[in-house]
Write a protein that binds this ligand. Structure first.
Ligand code: HEM
Length: 286
């Protein structure tokens, strides 16, 4: 939770005392501060795609406070005020915004959404090249159709997903870093949130993430270099759900669109082949 678990640059640590006591988490004054950056995190593309396109799911995706859905990614601007990196580049990168995914209206307890998942206060904890995406999360719903098994999970600053940075984020005035297309793996908590449908600790094939970080003075560099925050090319919200996608191939957007249509047809037919009315049995669902 942002208000209690992170400290602003120059502020005092948790359990606030009034005197400006130096904290281990605080970057020394001579270390350049982070000025901007962005986390691009698809979360798990096939899940988002499923909720977004399944006819019964009637998915709704809400982003707030600067977060956006751009193609396959959710983009979260770095919040410099909640970012502290030490001289080695270790620490916490705060971001702005939250994302809420809702689907299967009426399938949850008391007519609520069958799945209603929110991630907020999303941060990247950095130790050398190891990056961990943490978030406050809240999940409510049911663990599947007609199972009448309510699900309610929540947590603060929970580690959800991990990835590797291309290099440590050693602070340097005017310097920018970019890690692009880094495979992410779910933690135990991350896997639990998705009802254990994705394994713990194995790179997901459709959740590659980007992180850019620019230190003070970077914005004054006249020539934008390839170190700068990469512009997110909208790759289409309907990218292939299995992540096999045509990512990076010459098929480009057309390929993605075709893949999305094929995927959609496959999913819809699979869905209806499992559907037994009026009992509404979805045999594949666990
Ligand atoms: C706590 C709530 C729920 C969570 C976290 C959840 C999560 C998931 C995940 C992670 C998948 C795999 C998607 C993929 O990668 O392709 C999935 C698939 C699916 N979900 Fe859910 N789900 C929830 C509730 C529901 C409900 C209430 C229904 C139906 C009323 C439902 C119907 C389905 C169907 C039909 C599939 C596709 C078949 C399958 O992969 O098993 N889900 N769900």
């Amino acid at each position: 939770m942002k208000t209690t678990s992170v400290i602003a640059v120059g502020a005092v640590a948790l359990g606030a005392v009034t005197a400006p006591v130096a904290s281990a988490d605080e970057a020394p004054a001579d270390v350049p501060a982070v000025e901007s950056g962005q986390l691009n995190w698809p979360i798990k593309e096939s899940f988002i795609h499923h909720v977004d396109t399944n006819p019964l799911a009637k998915g709704i995706i809400n982003t707030t406070d600067g977060a956006e859905k751009v193609g396959k990614d959710f983009t979260f601007p770095v919040d410099a005020a909640y970012t502290t990196l030490d001289a080695e580049g270790n620490g916490t990168i705060g971001t702005q915004g939250s994302v809420q995914i809702q689907g299967y209206p009426g399938f949850g307890p008391n007519g609520s959404y069958g799945v209603d998942l929110t991630f907020s206060d999303i941060k990247v904890e950095v130790a050398g090249q190891n990056a961990t995406i943490t978030a406050d999360y809240k999940l409510t719903g049911a663990s599947g159709p007609l199972k009448n098994k309510p699900v309610e999970l929540s947590g603060d600053d929970a580690a959800i997903s991990t990835f590797t940075l291309t290099e440590p984020l050693v602070p340097e005035t005017g310097k920018s870093y970019a890690t692009t297309d880094a495979p992410t793996s779910l933690t135990q908590t991350g896997s639990d949130i998705f009802l254990g449908k994705y394994p713990v600790g194995q790179p997901l094939d459709d959740a590659n993430s980007d992180l850019t970080v620019a230190f003070d003075g970077a914005s004054e560099n006249a020539e934008p270099s390839d170190h700068g925050a990469p512009e997110k090319k909208p790759s289409g919200d309907n990218a292939a759900a299995d992540g096999s996608s045509f990512h990076g191939s010459s098929f480009g957007k057309l390929g993605e669109t075709i893949a999305a249509v094929v995927e959609r047809v496959k999913k819809i037919s699979a869905f209806f082949s499992d559907l037994v009315l009026p009992g509404l049995s979805l045999s594949k669902y666990v």
